[in-house]
Design a protein around this ligand. Structure first.
Ligand SMILES: NC(=O)c1ccc[n+]([C@@H]2O[C@H](COP(=O)([O-])OP(=O)(O)OC[C@H]3O[C@@H](n4cnc5c(N)ncnc54)[C@H](OP(=O)(O)O)[C@@H]3O)[C@@H](O)[C@H]2O)c1
Length: 336
């Protein structure tokens, strides 16, 4: 298979059944890039949207699914960062291409896999944890002692955000759609949890904060939660929208309610950011959060893996995520 590799593929957008593994050309690292032999990759909601034809791949990015991967460096392109050498165990933030045996990545989007961490765990880190870190620190500018309401608290991003809140000295609260997910989130560090399907989380959040509200809301739901979000938000609070699982179409007196809270509405996407921004984010996370994945420190961060599927079972993996069954990340094991 010289010059070839296996990769997840779909011929037409649609259901998970459209996914299969096929032989494609192996990428060759270009200027500033490193070629990684992928041992594991993980799923993200964007993969589901892309498979349905509803997420345009950013210009220049691989059309192959997969926003993150773990494996080892096998080749260096011209001008690649001297920090990396062949054989290094790495995890990578990708704009695409992770669901394959090899992927090209700009060297500044690589992180070393902490000692003792498996490839499966490492594959679950880059997209969810860098997103959560970015939302809390780069966008939300979280401060010690602040309260953060995290929607989808048992999701890949949510489980990372709970732990990063605690690391920052902030107080996480979550919403989720089942008692099991809320229980899991509380064990990870959430101070309170609200079942958004059964409870009014706006009222509950106020009750839990002595009628003050959340200083930051990390919102990947959007329209269906907007009114309760504005109820739950503290005066001068920051409301960070980073997903629209509950639609983007709002009807109602949105701006009036936002204005009376003097709220800041902030939007954030990671995949479409510049290389420079991603490099800064990877550097900050590597310095400030990655050391806490190694056991022994006062705060212990841990990757949350829900399930592991071989690459050829990618359709099953997509179905599990689409049915909202996962707590934490769904990982794909890639044949070496
Ligand atoms: N902006 C960015 O840069 C960026 C980067 C990465 C991810 N994201 C976004 O972050 C979100 C989480 O991603 P993930 O990969 O961590 O997801 P995930 O692990 O698949 O978890 C998503 C969870 O959200 C809940 N959910 C689904 N539909 C919902 C709805 N309509 N209303 C309320 N809750 C709903 C479900 O849990 P329940 O059982 O609790 O309902 C589901 O299991 C997604 O919206 C994704 O697009 C954004």
């Amino acid at each position: 298979m010289e010059g070839k590799m296996l990769a997840a593929h779909f011929d037409v957008p649609g259901e998970p059944e459209n996914l299969y593994v096929k032989e494609v050309s192996k990428p060759v690292p270009k200027e500033g890039e490193v070629l990684v032999e992928v041992h594991a990759s993980a799923l993200n909601r964007a993969d589901l949207l892309q498979r349905r034809g509803k997420y345009a791949v950013p210009p220049g990015a691989s059309q192959i699914l997969g926003l993150e991967a773990a494996g080892k460096v096998v080749a260096l392109g011209p001008g690649a960062d001297g920090r990396w050498k062949i054989g290094d165990r790495v995890m990578a933030l990708l704009a695409g291409g992770g669901n394959a045996q090899y992927v090209n990545v700009h060297s500044c989007q690589l992180m070393p896999i902490p000692a003792g961490m498996t490839d499966t765990d490492a594959a679950s880190v880059p997209e969810a944890w860098l997103t959560a870190y970015q939302l809390l620190h780069f966008v939300g500018k979280v401060q010690k002692g602040e309260t953060v309401l995290i929607h989808a608290g048992a999701s890949g991003v949510g489980t990372a955000a709970i732990q990063l809140c605690r690391l920052a000295g902030a107080v996480p609260m979550v919403t989720a759609g089942s008692a099991d997910k809320l229980e899991f989130a509380k064990k990870l560090g959430a101070a309170a949890g609200f079942n958004y399907k059964e409870e009014d989380f706006g009222t509950k959040c106020l009750e839990a904060t002595n009628n003050v509200g959340a200083d930051i809301i990390l919102d990947c739901v959007g329209a269906t939660h907007w009114e309760k979000n504005l109820q739950a938000l503290n005066t001068d609070g920051r409301w960070v929208v980073y997903g629209l699982m509950g639609s983007g179409q709002i009807n109602g007196d949105f701006l009036t309610k936002l204005l009376w809270k003097r709220g800041s509405l902030l939007g954030s996407l990671l995949r479409t950011r510049s290389s420079k921004y991603k490099a800064e984010l990877v550097k900050a996370f590597t310095e400030n959060a990655l050391p806490y994945f190694t056991p022994g420190g006062p705060v212990q961060l841990r990757p949350i893996v829900d399930s592991v599927y071989p690459l050829e079972k990618i359709a099953e993996a997509h179905r599990r995520m689409e049915e909202n069954k996962n707590t934490g990340k769904i990982v794909l094991q890639v044949p070496v």
